[in-house]
Design a protein around this ligand. Structure first.
Ligand code: PGA
Length: 267
């Protein structure tokens, strides 16, 4: 049974969407954002990028100008957070409808920096995910273990728990609009990349969790990215792994030539 389903997963890597997403974090004013998009467009001009979806995850204030700048290009637009309420007294927050209105197609939810620095919990990640999907946004849901958790040998349990709690109530149909980003917290912005084998192991485990929560078909169709110090030098190896269907890229997404190399590695 295990061998059969594993074979099926290998066979189906080619049919899953590879997604290369930049997470710009708190970088770039609107003018700088447009300049970076233009630089990325210039890098990929004339190249076949049909092998992957390309996403730029930009600060809220850059969404509107970037939406315009990407017109006619293969680049798609993501926000980096969303509130779960439709509107109301939530000072400093942004709703899913607001994101859609300025042209966002995707939203990154549950990034470890939000969990670490801004009190994000699996409960709030779940509420944000439900609201985003209900509004018609696609979700890049981030999960990943802390260094101590990896050292304690509980990585797969931690990540499985996050996936289950974060996706609670998400329907099978809605899973078509969910990308999972596996981002080991110890690898984010540290220059410490998970080995391709470590990334593969956890991405495969996540696929197994999705199969249990939904079914094999959903698991096989779900894009599971790796994130954490992915760069121009290591992307090809990470992306060659059976269960690694793309990348969520921070630092290297701010350099157009490097981001273009990663896009190239995904073809
Ligand atoms: P990094 O960030 O590529 O700079 O490690 C990845 C992320 O936080 O999504």
């Amino acid at each position: 049974m295990y061998i059969i389903s594993l074979k099926y997963i290998i066979m189906n890597k080619a049919t899953r969407k590879t997604v290369i997403a930049g997470n710009w974090k708190m970088n770039k004013t609107p003018d700088e954002a447009v300049a970076l998009i233009e630089a990325i467009k210039a890098e990929i001009a004339g190249k076949d990028t049909s092998g992957c979806d390309i996403i730029a995850g930009v600060p809220f204030v850059d969404l509107a100008v970037v939406a315009k700048a990407i017109e006619g290009s293969p680049i798609k637009l993501a926000a980096q957070n969303v509130h779960w309420a439709a509107s109301g007294a939530f000072t400093g927050e942004i709703s899913a409808d607001m994101l859609k209105a300025v042209g966002a197609e995707y939203v990154i939810i549950g990034h470890s920096e939000r969990r670490q620095y801004f009190g994000e919990t699996d409960e709030t990640v779940n509420k944000r995910t439900a609201a985003a999907l209900a509004a018609g946004l696609k979700v890049i849901l981030c999960v990943g273990e802390l260094k101590e958790e990896r050292l304690s040998g509980i990585t797969e349990e931690i990540v499985a728990m996050q996936v289950k709690l974060d996706l609670a109530g998400v329907s099978k149909e809605d899973m078509a609009n969910v990308i999972i980003a596996y981002e080991p917290v110890w690898a984010i912005g540290t220059g410490l990349t998970a080995t391709a084998e470590q990334a593969e192991e956890v991405c495969a485990a996540i696929r197994g969790v999705i199969a249990k929560l939904y079914d094999e078909t959903v698991a096989e169709a779900t894009t599971i990215q790796y994130g954490g110090s992915m760069n121009a030098g290591n992307a090809a190896e990470l992306l060659s792994m059976k269960n690694v269907d793309g990348g969520l890229i921070g630092g290297a997404s701010l350099k157009a030539p490097d981001f273009a190399v990663i896009i190239g590695a995904a073809q």
